[in-house]
Design a binder for this molecule. Structure first.
Ligand code: NAD
Ligand code: MN
Length: 359
């Protein structure tokens, strides 16, 4: 029997609530499958640790998790710690050195869930957004001088490399090719940003030549927001820069019903380092500790983790269980307009797993 070693990093706010729900579901799934199990190590890295010790994770933190098969991450962010300190101190401190350059964000309207887009039902909205996750606008290049003086100046330079753009384009074309419609939209802003974004477009065209069976088009990011709302059915796979995809994928999550459902995978496709799976939402200060956080985004992230581990059958089983549960409005958490608690949704998914009779 295979035992997968999972590093669980719940982080802050509702992170702890949804990650313990996710771990419970993983163990229920392993029981149902019987061909594999999980060994989960929990790491208390986050803002509480930072406030006590001055660091979100220990100095050898990455060494402690480098040997795990996957990382399950909750959320990083606390009301009394500036967000840029948290993001760079924990999430990016893992994503960047582990070279998790492909951030994959599927969006679908799950059964039982209503999109705020009137007249849009399931099949018209089935997207995967690929976010460049290692450079671009979030490369961390920049500086701030003359603090507090009238001549104070600050820069955040977006940095694109040929190697970085080519690898994310190849990843996105390959993903588009693996989906039935073989359709890719390359998001850009090469009208206003005339250096890096023009190179981005050029590399997209070069890589496209390697994938003659993929239909692709190019779209300015502002126009893309309109297209997502007005013509969702014209979209399938999308590739965009770190900043653009950050924003577009949050719009996508809302259009699919709730931020609480949306999953993401931070992949190191070469598997030199572990990949990291997390719901896309944050710490949700307004609902933390109330037991009503929607755990579905974490469960769907677990599906992506199973796919990455090569457990396609188990991944499909978990997705079926999630969809059985979302289809029942009495099992919707308040973000979906229901009254269910995190614990009730989790128990229902575990039950659906145990009752799933597919071989
Ligand atoms: P947020 O995602 O925490 O919350 C936005 C809204 O969505 C809130 O009303 C919240 O209640 C709701 N929501 C989010 N997840 C939910 C869930 N699972 N179930 C039900 N409702 C849910 O975004 P924010 O308020 O902008 O950020 C709060 C903190 O989280 C900040 O510190 C931010 O930096 C951090 N954050 C972290 C990550 C991450 O670690 N990946 C991502 C986004 C935000
Ligand atoms: Mn975001």
């Amino acid at each position: 029997m295979t035992t997968y070693k999972i590093a669980a990093i719940p982080g802050d706010g509702i992170g702890g609530e949804v990650i313990s729900a996710g771990v419970e579901v993983l163990h229920a799934l392993a029981k149902r499958e019987a061909s594999f199990g999980f060994h989960v190590d929990h790491f208390d890295w986050g803002s509480e640790r930072y406030k006590k010790t001055g660091a979100f994770m220990p100095e050898n933190g990455r060494e402690l998790i480098a040997g795990h098969d996957a990382i399950l991450f909750g959320s990083a962010g606390a009301p009394d710690v500036p967000d840029h300190i948290t993001l760079w101190g924990l999430r990016l401190a893992i994503c960047q050195p582990f070279d998790q350059y492909a951030n994959v964000r599927p969006t679908r309207i799950l059964p039982g869930i209503t999109s705020p887009l009137r007249a849009v039902t399931g099949p018209e909205l089935d997207w995967v957004i690929v976010r460049e996750n290692s450079e671009g606008e979030y490369a961390g290049v920049g500086g701030r001088v003359h603090r507090g003086l009238p001549e104070e100046a600050a820069t955040d330079v977006s940095m694109f490399t040929r190697a970085g753009v080519a690898r994310i384009m190849r990843f996105a074309f390959r993903l588009a090719q693996s989906r039935p419609r073989k359709l890719l939209t390359v998001v850009t802003k090469s009208n206003a940003q005339r250096h890096a974004m023009v190179m981005w477009d050029e590399i997209a065209a070069e890589v496209a030549a390697e994938f003659p069976d993929v239909t692709w088009d190019k779209m300015l990011v502002d126009a893309m927001t309109m297209r997502m709302v007005l013509r969702p059915g014209s979209i399938d796979t999308v590739v965009a820069t770190n900043l653009h995809a950050d924003i577009l994928s949050e719009l996508a999550a809302a259009l699919a019903g709730s931020l609480g459902i949306a999953p993401t995978a931070n992949l190191n496709p070469e598997r030199k380092f572990p990949s990291m799976f997390e719901p896309i939402h944050g710490s949700a200060f307004d609902i933390m500790g109330k037991g009503i956080a929607n755990p579905v985004g974490t469960f769907w992230s677990c599906v992506m983790m199973l796919e990455h581990l090569g457990e396609a059958k188990a991944a499909a089983r978990l997705m079926r269980a999630i969809e059985r549960v979302t289809a029942d409005p009495s099992l919707h958490t308040p973000d979906l307009g229901g009254k269910a608690t995190t614990a009730q949704v989790t128990a229902a998914v575990c039950n659906a797993l145990l009752g799933d009779n597919t071989a």
